[in-house]
Design a protein around this ligand. Sequence first.
Ligand code: TRP
Length: 335
Amino acid sequence: MSEQAKQRILSGMRPSGKLHLGHLHGVLENWKRLQDTYECFFLVADWHALTTSYECPQEIPANIDEMVLDWLAVGIDPERVTLFVQSDVKEHAELHLMLSMITPVSWLERNPTYKEQQQYLKEKDLATFGFLGYPVLQAADILLYKGQKVPVGVDQVPHIELTREITRRFNYLYRDVFPEPDALLAEVPKLPGLDGRKMSKSYGNSIFLSDSPDVVRKKLSTMITDVERPRMGDPGDPENRCIAFKLHQLYLAPEQLEVIVSECKAAKRGCAACKKELAEAIVLQMGPIQQRRKALAADSGTVRDILADGASRARKVAQSTMAQVWGALWNRNAK
Ligand code: TRP
């Protein structure tokens, strides 16, 4: 397929530092699949991070580095996609400002994440102009590249919906500059963390892509399994009751799973051994990722070059879009 015929994808992640297995199976595997069929732009949303971390911004640069290392290590390919940091392309701020002129405050106030996050992050004062405008910045991210498809999790759907409304309002007020983007929801397995809750950095229940084999083994040995099976002599029910088995299903072959299920149900296999088998499978799959990560981390120039190259490619597209935006407002022809 020629580059012209390919649809554009825009997606982003806030720089949260080291990524875990939940990010790998939930987001990055999906991005990897998309990089062949679409023209992809993937951005590190550092200004979005600033909306909630404005009191400790000094943590953001290191988090960007760790996250980009993980993206590259798992196989996001900077030759095929444009990978960049939002704040390296100042047009994001410019379009954010322009779109803020036409976005009714009421649209932003009814955004569910606005209220939820304020409740959830009680220790932070999120009654700021910047945080209210979070979805406008996200709309700018998408529209600058005329993204048609936006792979996101369900939690982000209200933001894509708002982007669509802002798009329609812009096109109606001025002229048709932007395509209306669609959210692209992937079927993602909800990955349990070590304690059975959703894997999340803030719960302290995560296995990170950068964890060494010994750390992975140790962490997994503490993972909860089937709480209704306190002794090995009790028959288990892995498919319905065991938390760890959700990971087994991701990492082991069907034949191995069959053996586990029948042995566990017959009370012939203990959880410790079973988790050891899982740990080895995870360690094996993480091997190549960690090798690439180490090589990249040893040479900070490589990542810096990749991000600089990505920013310069993104900037070209962004500048051309901004010329069309101002052309539409001042009723002049762009270019
Ligand atoms: N808000 C998104 C999140 O928290 C991250 C993000 C920023 C994003 N800009 C984007 C996602 C543009 C999709 C498109 O996950």
